[in-house]
Design a protein around this ligand. Structure first.
Ligand code: PLP
Length: 412
């Protein structure tokens, strides 16, 4: 029988333990601790000899049900839900690397991720080597015995750059280095990371998955094919837990100790959001393509970047990796920063806000907001222009969006 569709798998994934009342949504277990019949049972739970929830910072039934749903649709070997997309990146890096180690990435990244690498992790002794990831074959020169991962965004925010993921995976494999992908802009349903050789996937579930910007959350997805004995920090865990070394070290140590767990309330909302993910992603991506084509035709718009456009240098690679869904994010350039601000202020429907993949369409001027802490030279290296506007296209009627853009672009 054919494998069920993504949405069918989500809707009909059964709980690990059925609810005593037959609830069809996993109830919100908004509690801290779980009680045991005997001292021996608690001992067995702490020793991991008898699986049980003990304390909600370590695991919780509502969060676990959300993780299990993600596992069902990704076919991953392990999933851990955390408090935000940033927490997902932090937890992974702190599990696989330490002082004196290095990771390889690009300066074309979400602004806070760049800051995490360049400011926060640098202070803790992790070296971050910035490279051009579109030139995968040149990366081997940067890799040495202390390189622990190649990190990239499947579609970079806000540059909308796309790398050849299979080429990156080959370089990573050849050098026994983990390939770590931030798939926030192309969540499961758009991108099957396992098929492209991504070892571990992190994403901000705050975006598409949360179901309309209800909650901040993040996911860590281990595809289960990295040989953890190749990472000296995990070599002992690999002897004991084999392919589950990473998830086990996270759950038992790093995730538990950092305390950046997802709350039960958040897991409930995001689980409900997940049920309609394919419907919302389809409309948002189709709307984004229509708006991108429309903007490209307008003489007041200097440049439009959207991987789904025929004119995009990333069109073909986007199609190979993400099919006909190129995400809900696009950028376009107007004459100057001043013109950008005037345009944004004239919008009546589209909201000025810093989030993305909300159900509503949101607009932002990245250079003066997320990237305001960086000087002009660095912004140029990051491909963040003063003339560039970022539009996160929602699921409204697309003609309403174009009418709003049209009236705001009108001179006067
Ligand atoms: N990664 C990318 C590509 C993002 O765009 C964002 C946020 O916009 C994050 C990570 C961080 O996610 P969160 O806000 O859930 O921490």
């Amino acid at each position: 029988m054919k494998d069920p569709d993504f949405i069918t798998k989500i809707l009909h994934n059964r709980f690990l333990k059925s609810d005593p009342h037959g609830s069809m949504h996993m109830p919100v277990y908004e509690n801290v601790a779980f009680e045991f019949e005997s001292a021996e049972d608690i001992e067995l739970a702490f020793q991991r000899k008898k699986p049980a929830h003990m304390y909600s910072r370590i695991s919780n039934p509502t969060v676990e049900a959300f993780e299990q749903r993600i596992r069902a649709v990704t076919d991953a070997s392990g999933v851990i839900a955390v408090s935000s997309g940033m927490a997902a990146i932090t937890n992974v890096i702190m599990t696989i690397a330490g002082q004196g180690d290095n990771i390889i990435t690009t300066k074309h990244l979400f602004g806070n991720t760049y800051s995490l690498f360049e400011k926060t992790f640098k202070d803790w002794g992790l070296e971050v080597r910035f490279a051009d990831l579109t030139q995968a074959e040149s990366l081997s020169q940067l890799i040495d015995g202390k390189t622990k991962a190649i990190f990239f965004e499947t579609i970079t925010n806000p540059q909308l750059e796309i790398v050849d993921i299979k080429a990156l995976s080959e370089v990573a494999k050849k050098n026994n280095v983990l390939l770590l992908a931030d798939t926030t802009l192309t969540p499961p349903y758009v991108f099957e990371s396992k098929k492209f050789g991504v070892d571990v996937e992190v994403l901000s579930s705050t975006k598409y998955i949360s179901g309309g910007a209800t909650t901040v959350g993040g996911l860590i997805i281990d595809n289960g094919f990295f040989d953890w004995s190749k990472n000296e920090k995990l070599a002992d865990d690999a002897k004991q837990f084999g392919p589950f070394a990473f998830i086990s070290r996270l759950r038992r140590q790093v995730y538990r100790n950092l305390g950046s767990c997802m709350s039960a309330h958040c897991a409930f909302l995001q689980s409900v959001g997940l049920e309609t993910l394919p419907l919302r992603v389809d409309v948002s991506c189709a709307n984004a393509l229509t708006v991108a084509n429309y903007l490209e035709e307008n003489p007041l718009v200097k440049k439009v970047d959207y991987p789904g456009l025929q004119s995009s240098p990333y069109h073909d690679i986007a199609e190979q990796q993400f099919g006909d869904r190129s995400g809900g994010l696009l950028t376009f350039d107007l004459e100057s920063k001043d013109v950008c601000f005037k345009f944004m202020n004239k919008l009546k429907l589209i909201r000025r806000s810093t989030n993305l993949n909300d159900n509503r369409t949101l607009i932002l001027h990245p250079a003066s907001t997320i990237f305001c802490e960086y000087d002009d030279a660095l912004k140029e290296e990051m491909h963040v222009r003063e003339t560039m506007i970022r539009l996160s296209v929602g699921i409204e009627g697309v003609h309403d969006l174009m009418n709003d853009i049209e009236q705001a672009l009108a001179v006067g």
